[in-house]
Ligand binder design. Sequence first.
Ligand code: SF4
Length: 355
Amino acid sequence: MMNNIYEKIKNNERITAKEALRLLKEWDFLKLGEYADMVRFRKHPEDTVTFILDTNINYTNICYVGCLFCAFYRDKKAEDVYTLTIEELKRKIKSAEELGITTALIQGGLNPDIPYSYYIDLVSELSKSNVHVHAFSPPEIDLMCKISKKSTKDVLFDLKQAGLKTIPGGGAEILTERVRKRISPKKISTERWLEIMEEAHKLGIRTTATMMFGHIETEEDIVEHLQRLRELQDKTKGFSAFIAWDFKKENNELGKRIERSVTGMDYLKIVAVSRIFLDNFDNIQASWASQGKDVGEIALHFGANDMGSMLVEENVMREAGFRAESTVQEIADIIKKAGFKPALRTTDYKIVKYL
Ligand code: SF4
């Protein structure tokens, strides 16, 4: 039976959700890597591995949703709350631009006191610079719909008109209600997350897709998550990349309840199965910032063709007690050591330069 699955992969046939589940449960480490690598080279015959230099600015840390896994959010009555003004954001982007960033990933907590005009002005002001504005995950878009009383389509249209280029795939975590109800009961549902992404794709706004694993989810949940993404991608072709990262236990409620720890091998298994199952996704990222550089390097032989981003500012993971600092040269060296040609790219995966 396992041989049939590998035979299908070799013959470039789509594997089923059941088969993906078997790969996750009965995996053979080296074989899985070999087959994911085969699929990667079929899609990207060149031996280039890309990454992006960007900044991640969190415009507010106030959030009423209170996901159990989140170390970043604050209740609005907390002492250390902040909401950046658009001028402050512009200054941050300007200094990041001086360091060479091409993209600004802008996300925040869900702060119902921010008016709709703030989001539109923010995009419009930041779009006056040369940076690509990659902003607002589906839960934030949903909040904007509530605040403005506009439809999803209208909100996305306004943002696009203001200069929004692409949308990050945050807020997905695990796209099954069983998991969402337990780790983020106040967050938007799976259906709503997918609906917002579908509307964005229809308007020509490309998005990424993400998954946060390594907490209460089962292998079945992971496959269901991947299946929902694959179905939507079949329909819209609007996802530019898939990015998986593992749950960090520090400084959050969920961490106190979870005993398991994600290992490098667990991470590589997810990268490999995603590459094989998500046959309609071009780009699979190795989130080196999540599992460290060594695992990131090996992930390049487990189906990943991209090293994600080198962030100039990243609050969410820093708050979780995890620092991933590096330099462009260091990442380029990791890629070279793994046997690939490093290249800096834009958010839409165009090569800026080889390193
Ligand atoms: S993950 Fe996002 S929505 Fe959830 S509590 Fe943190 S900031 Fe709020």
